[in-house]
Design a protein around this ligand. Structure first.
Ligand code: NAP
Length: 283
């Protein structure tokens, strides 16, 4: 039976470390502040922002939300991004995605100063990661690497297979795993023989957004399996991209949904905000 990659416990560790760092900066008269741009009233986005603000408050990070109706123009949002870039009181900020139709999110994200890009999703941040320059790392992939590390899972020299190649998860995760000296394969919807490729993995990460597609046939005996997917079940609960009960019997480690990658993603946003505040404070 697989051991659990407990994201709640690892995230609590990260949050406690961040709270300590935030308190140190505050004691030096450098309060840490995270701003968020929220457009429209999509219930999921509103809930995500509320949770992120509650997490910030718990870590001692001040958080301000800039809310706009769906009718806001690209120009107004560009002006806000430029204002936040230039405001020394703002340690970092992010734009809650997705934006309503008609707004160009890539254009806006591209304008965020890399030093304040706490989501780590701008093309500049992605490029810096790819060429090995210091940058703020995207929260979900970084959270996955932290979850593995904090459970003592070795990555160097091991076969890692990432299912999914999105800019949000799959691609940056592949970069991070390379940085950890894993041998990395990235799969996507056109991959032939997905199960066969996945079975090569010592570390298998499922980030495809297909409910419970990954089963025992995709998993090598004693592999480490990380489930990034989030899907709402009929009964209101959550499930992932992996058939948990089936894979749990074959893998050495498995991350649950909920309680795996999700809490790590949230914690890494706080981590990035502290990093941004530290670099603004000169180290
Ligand atoms: P996405 O942008 O939809 O990307 C999905 C990727 O999976 C694409 O690269 C796609 O291939 C590939 N794919 C789709 N169906 C496939 C199949 N049958 N076989 C192989 N590959 C397939 O999704 P995402 O934003 O990366 O998110 C993935 C999942 O993670 C979603 O369930 C999302 O809700 C969840 N998520 C969770 C967290 C968290 O904090 N836990 C954070 C972010 C996302 P193509 O490129 O060829 O289309």
């Amino acid at each position: 039976m697989a051991r659990l990659l407990d994201g709640k416990a690892a995230a609590a560790e990260v949050r406690a470390e961040v709270a300590e760092g935030v308190a140190e900066l505050a004691a030096e008269g450098r309060p840490v502040r995270l701003d968020v741009v929220l457009v429209g009233d999509d219930p999921a986005s509103v809930t995500y922002v509320r949770n992120k603000q509650a997490d910030s408050a718990e870590a001692g990070i001040e958080s301000r939300a800039h809310r706009f109706p769906d009718s806001v123009s690209q120009k107004e949002l560009v002006a806000l991004v430029e204002k936040l870039n230039g405001d020394a009181a703002v340690s970092g900020f992010f734009i809650q995605l997705p934006l309503p139709g008609g707004l160009d999110s890539l254009d806006l994200i591209s304008r965020i100063e890399p030093a304040k890009d706490v989501d780590g999703l701008s093309p500049q941040s992605a490029g810096r990661l790819a060429v090995g320059l210091p940058s703020l790392l995207p929260c979900t992939p970084h959270g996955i690497v932290q979850l593995l590390r904090r459970n003592g899972i070795e990555l160097e020299g091991r076969e890692a297979v990432v299912l999914g190649r999105s800019n949000l998860v799959g691609k940056p995760l592949a970069q991070l795993l390379l940085r950890e000296n894993a041998t990395v394969t990235v799969c996507h919807s056109r991959t032939r023989g997905l199960a066969e490729v996945a079975r090569r993995a010592d570390v298998l990460v499922a980030a495809i957004g297909r409910r419970e597609l990954v089963g025992a046939e995709h998993v090598k005996e004693d592999a480490v399996v990380v489930d990034v997917g989030i899907h709402r079940r009929g009964d209101g609960g959550l499930t992932g991209d992996v058939r948990f009960e089936e894979v749990e019997r074959k893998a050495a480690w498995i991350s649950p949904v909920p309680g795996g990658v999700g809490p790590m993603t949230r914690a890494m946003l706080l981590y990035n905000t502290l990093q941004a505040a530290r670099s603004a404070a000169g180290g």
